[in-house]
Write a protein that binds this ligand. Structure first.
Ligand SMILES: N[C@@H](CCC(=O)N[C@@H](CS)C(=O)NCC(=O)O)C(=O)O
Length: 226
């Protein structure tokens, strides 16, 4: 029996999407199991120490199952074990830089969640500016494109693509003006949106589901924008 990969997921989770994009880029078959995070099943809580998705369950030739958590660790495991396109630079120093930017992507996501749940206009504006400032640093790090490291798609692209996709829906609700002064980030975002591995990482119902989720959880934020 060949090794089997099962990705425990949630339909809207951008951390899940980076792992899906890495698997898609490599052309690796995997099973995706979406769960309800509002009502986490016991079997999931046994696998995920923090109760978070994604979890990658690796079933070995002998039937033994190992559950990996943390999306960046999952991406690294996929890169190390699966054939197909290389998603990390060969050079150790460049690879370390890429890993740092992957962590940066996780930090930005953390700040975005904070933005959503802010009810106070002054706090909202300072958080919005903090996210914009983070993307100004990304602008400085970007080269000529089309991808983070130039011609080759990498795990940094896999991390940022879902963040940009999240903004696609966010932008319809409220003008955050995060990318007004970052033309290279805008071009990168447009390039990633066209990538088949990115387009197929979410279901066709993703924009509607995320839109509904944001409206449900951010009534106060929408009032701030009015
Ligand atoms: N650091 C984790 C973050 C994953 C994460 O926050 N996942 C969210 C969904 S997008 C989650 O599972 N939340 C459920 C909870 O915290 O109860 C990773 O990179 O995998």
């Amino acid at each position: 029996m060949a090794q089997k990969l099962t990705l425990i997921s949630h339909k809207l989770c951008p951390y899940v999407q980076r792992a899906v994009i890495a698997l898609n880029e490599k052309g690796v078959p995997f099973e995706r199991v979406d769960i309800d995070l509002a009502n986490k099943p016991d079997w999931f809580l046994k696998l995920s120490p923090l109760g978070k998705v994604p979890v990658l369950v690796v079933t070995g030739d002998d039937g033994n199952e190992v559950a990996l958590f943390e999306s960046n660790v999952i991406c690294e495991y996929i890169e190390e074990t699966q054939s197909g396109a290389k998603l990390h630079p060969l050079d150790a120093l460049q690879r370390a830089q890429h890993r740092a930017w992957m962590e940066f992507g996780s930090t930005i996501l953390g700040e975005l969640w904070g933005l959503e749940t802010t009810g106070d206009p002054a706090v909202f504006e300072s958080k919005r500016q903090a996210v914009a400032a983070k993307f100004a640093r990304v602008e400085e790090a970007l080269g000529r494109g089309p991808f983070f490291a130039g011609e080759r798609f990498s795990l940094v692209d896999a991390v940022f693509a879902p963040i940009f996709r999240y903004f696609d829906v966010f932008d319809q609700l409220i003008d955050l003006s995060i990318f007004a002064d970052t033309p290279k980030v805008r071009a990168w975002r447009e390039e990633l949106a066209k990538r088949p591995s990115v387009r197929t990482a979410v279901g066709p119902d993703y924009p509607q589901l995320l839109h509904a989720f944001l409206v449900r959880h951010n009534a106060h934020m929408l009032k701030l924008a009015a």
